[in-house]
Design a protein around this ligand. Sequence first.
Ligand code: ZN
Length: 84
Amino acid sequence: MSEPIVIHVAAEPTFGGLYQECSRCGYVLQDYTGSHPMVPEDDAGMGIPFWSVGRPVAVQGTATWVMPDGAELAPGEIECRATS
Ligand SMILES: [Zn+2]
């Protein structure tokens, strides 16, 4: 069994792009300030790269990538749940 693919939503980055969470559940998508270093695949060359705000971001284990807007959930993909 492979790990499930969880779809998060990129929130506004903070600390100048060093830190970025999921706007829905608070999952840390990027943290160059501490213990969760991850490098987005897009938005390179714009200073510190971060996930495009509002874009769906898929996470599977330690892998992360941007989903196409409006993409249907594929088998094995789940959306994260709001914590509030
Ligand atoms: Zn999330």
